[in-house]
Design a binder for this molecule. Structure first.
Ligand code: SAM
Ligand code: DTB
Ligand code: SF4
Length: 330
């Protein structure tokens, strides 16, 4: 079955565009409708044109400020609005962050991502983050941060401090988004992403499956990501980690094939982006993870904790990679 792509507009001639052309929602829906084997075959073909199919990039997360967040993201255990097991903590000290970064590097991660449960960083905290970024960078790790909304000036200062990537997720489609978050808009998120891009920082942006969304919402999310002037360099696809006390605890889990298909479609739409199999791996079987890799995921969060919830043990990941002949990106 042939999938019709729209003609690439002038802007889409730059950057990663010779392969990544603009896609209509209809064409993206048609990819989701392909027989599973055809979709995976196609995604794997695209993957092999752009990447070593047996190599996976490892990012380690550290939560530099846990809990007490004023936002109302319905999936998040760190929102102060919900009664969850997460307690609000002080911002981590620089030496603690550096110890975590050294450990991440020693265990094989190439990128260190610092997350904070903020709506947006306040100046006093922001200065601390700038120091963390430049010190982590000097350990010869790639640096990533996810701190909430940024102003253009904050983005420029992070770039000057040595930030390589900024993570800011759209989470779902524009249409479904208001069911999940009311305290900041989809446009707020797009604005922050534009500030990050304009500052010359690589963009890390993706979403979550399992929020109660439908396939059209997954189509809508990928449509927005793939049609950015430059698609994100890194696309995290999270499976909701359900945490007691959050409004989304108890939501029916999506069909596992929906996750695999979403990764495959992301791979086809954004051939040169790293697609990260992100939150939710602890609840997945090895076989499920392998299918996600086969569909084109080539990055994971590596380390025993995500931000507040469990992630597989490093040793389990190392064994899985050895069984599959996968090597970690150096
Ligand atoms: N507070 C900042 C913000 O929201 O922009 C940065 C940290 S926030 C925890 C980063 C991302 O983690 C969210 O945008 C969401 O996509 C993801 N996330 C949060 N809770 C999650 C959960 N329970 N399951 C899966 N992903 C989750
Ligand atoms: C992303 O897309 N997923 C990560 C990271 N970016 C910051 C966060 C996952 C959080 C899972 C729930 C928790 O551990 O609190
Ligand atoms: Fe706060 Fe980020 Fe959690 Fe939303 S996802 S409640 S902004 S920490």
């Amino acid at each position: 079955m042939l999938i019709q792509q729209e003609a690439a507009p002038a802007k889409a001639q730059q950057g990663q565009q010779d392969l990544a052309e603009r896609w209509s929602k209809q064409a993206i829906k048609a990819l989701f409708a392909l027989p599973f084997n055809d979709l995976i075959y196609r995604a794997q073909g695209v993957h092999r044109q752009c990447f070593d199919a047996n190599e996976i990039q490892l990012s380690t997360l550290v939560n530099i400020k846990a809990g007490g967040c004023p936002e109302d993201c319905a999936y998040c255990p760190q929102s102060a609005r919900y009664d969850t097991p997460v307690e609000a903590e002080e911002t981590m000290r620089l030496d603690e962050v550096l110890a975590a970064a050294r450990a991440a590097k020693a265990s094989g991660a190439t990128r260190f991502c610092m997350g904070a449960a903020w709506r947006s960083p306040r100046e006093k905290d922001f200065k601390k983050v700038l120091a963390m970024v430049s010190e982590v960078k000097s350990l010869r790790l790639e640096t990533c941060a996810t701190l909430g909304m940024l102003s253009p000036q904050q983005a420029a200062r992070l770039k000057a401090a040595g930030l390589d990537y900024y993570n800011h997720n759209l989470d779902t489609s524009k249409e479904y988004y208001p069911q999940i978050i009311s305290t900041r808009s989809y446009q707020d998120r797009l604005d922050t992403l534009a500030h990050v891009r304009n500052a010359g920082i690589n963009v890390c942006c993706g979403g979550i499956l399992g929020l109660g969304e439908g396939e059209d919402d997954r189509v809508g999310l990928l449509h927005t990501l793939a049609n950015m002037d430059e698609p994100p360099e890194s696309v995290p696809i999270n499976l909701l980690v359900q945490v007691e006390g959050t409004p989304l605890a108890g939501t029916a889990a999506p069909d596992p094939f929906a996750m695999i298909k979403t990764i495959a479609v992301a791979r086809i739409l954004m051939p040169r982006s790293y697609v990260r199999l992100s939150a939710g791996r602890s609840e997945m079987t090895d076989t499920m993870q392998v299918l996600c890799f086969l569909a084109g995921a080539n990055s994971i969060f590596y380390g025993e904790k995500l931000l507040t919830t469990e992630n597989p043990q490093n040793e389990n990941d190392r064994q899985l990679f050895a069984r599959l002949g996968i090597k970690a990106k150096q």
